[in-house]
Ligand binder design. Sequence first.
Ligand code: C2E
Ligand code: MG
Length: 274
Amino acid sequence: MNPDQAFPRQSPTASTAANETQSFLKNLANAIARDALNLHYQPRYKLRTGKTTALEALVRWQRPEVGLLYPETFIPAAEAHGLIYQLDIWVFEQCCKDLIWMREQLKASIRISVNISVLSCESVYFSQKLIELCKKYELSMADFIFEITVSTHMHDIRKLKAFCVTLGNFGAEFCLDDFGTGQSPLRNLLELPVSSIVIDRSLTHNIVSYERCEIIIKHLISLADELGIKTVATGVEQNDQYKILAAIGCDQIQGHYMSRPMNRKKLSAEILGL
Ligand code: C2E
Ligand code: MG
């Protein structure tokens, strides 16, 4: 057999794509190592009182000559190519620094909600590294909520549970992100010690136009209530959505209607409802 047939060489297009991926990952690794990522924060409010319950940290990558990149354009690559652990650690350390800054500048005692990948949680070193960072910055784990999106990447829920138990012993809280879509089986509510669920914005988005969406959200809220779990609706963009969520007893809301994500310098006592 002609060796070329047995092991076909990559077509120029495939090899170009592979080179581009390698260069993209190298740039991302450099960005993490050189602090070239940054965080935006979006407040989450208690619906009944209008007070901020937490700030969600959302990572951004400002690439010279390319522009501002949003997480959906680089988190999947970081997860697929082993960079997510470093990225999640970088985000947590930056959250620690920003939290100290907010306390000093805004005199605000606020909690930060950090998105983390289930892949990072599967490493036993991850929880230890987070505990170390908390000690280094003299913060408490109770200052943080960890948002977990249960994705198809997850292999072993026991490792995720162990992660939650370890950090939970230090006062951290956990939240199931994007609840109601994708990989969010009810079993997770049984097995993981979560204190809140985030109702996915695709459901909030349709709450006014589709009665079925309202019914689903209403029942998610009452299920969570009975389990002693809080509900957060994200992606609130209009007053009509806000009013329905208030009427059906949602605990917390987040979205452009109240506030867009912003860098820490733009946060003020007024935005935070303090
Ligand atoms: P998520 O945790 O569901 O984050 C909420 C997303 O909704 C954010 O997008 C936010 O900007 C957007 N959003 C908030 N309010 C509204 C609204 O009213 N309307 C609309 N259309 N969108 C709204 P973003 O920042 O692009 O983040 C996307 C996802 O990337 C996040 O979804 C989260 O799963 C992931 N992610 C973000 N930051 C991190 C991080 O530091 N680490 C990890 N591992 N994942 C992250
Ligand atoms: Mg989130």
